[in-house]
Design a protein around this ligand. Structure first.
Ligand SMILES: [Cu+2]
Length: 193
């Protein structure tokens, strides 16, 4: 900030050559990034959700509970473990402060994930594959998902959602084959109260 006002008619003096050059450089960087953003959306394999539906939290909760009851195979640390059949829907629910249920998927099979929050804004971050997604309440976000690797994956909330945010996790098991699925089935059945 200057103590004295600029000289009269300062805005009519022509822009210096080097300044024009920098404006051109900044403009081309902006344009490159803008078109790269569109290109990345199309070719970056970001698996964005182009399908979402409006749904009330209570309606989603009801659908979620019915789905959990239908495919439930047991419980892990008080959280239901659900093994939906290949090709079917997976209705994950975000709620302060948990992603539920624990899901068991089969490698190489396609699933249709539904992500919804029943209270406030949460984040879906699948690790270690680092797939991130924002989940705003009132919507059902649909993602097609085909796990390529077997193992244990974790879901973390990556949107600050209150005092229990750091505890908000979930889990996905991806099994290699039917025998492994059966082993998990036995394990979680055994841990039921
Ligand atoms: Cu959170």
């Amino acid at each position: 900030m200057s103590l004295r006002p600029p000289a009269e008619g300062w805005y009519e003096t022509p822009i210096a050559r080097d300044e024009r050059g920098w404006v051109a450089v900044a403009m081309s960087v902006c344009l490159c990034l803008f078109f790269w953003m569109i290109g990345w959306h199309l070719y970056g394999q970001q698996n964005p959700s182009s399908i979402s539906y409006r749904i009330s939290p209570s309606e989603y909760m009801q659908l979620h509970l019915q789905w959990v009851e239908r495919y439930r195979i047991g419980e892990e640390n008080g959280v239901p473990v659900v093994a939906p059949p290949p090709g079917s829907d997976v209705l994950l629910l975000a709620q302060m402060w948990r992603w539920s249920p624990v899901v068991v998927l089969q490698k190489g099979q396609e699933y249709t994930f539904h992500l919804a929050s029943v209270d406030l804004l949460h984040g879906f971050s699948l690790q270690p594959v680092n797939m991130n997604f924002m989940v705003y309440p009132g919507y059902d976000y649909v993602l097609r998902f085909r796990p390529r690797e077997a193992g244990e994956f974790h879901i973390l909330c990556n949107e600050f959602c209150g005092i229990g945010h750091h505890l908000m996790t979930g889990k996905v098991y991806v099994v290699e084959n039917a025998a492994e699925l059966e082993r998990l089935r036995q394990r979680f059945r055994g841990s039921q109260p």
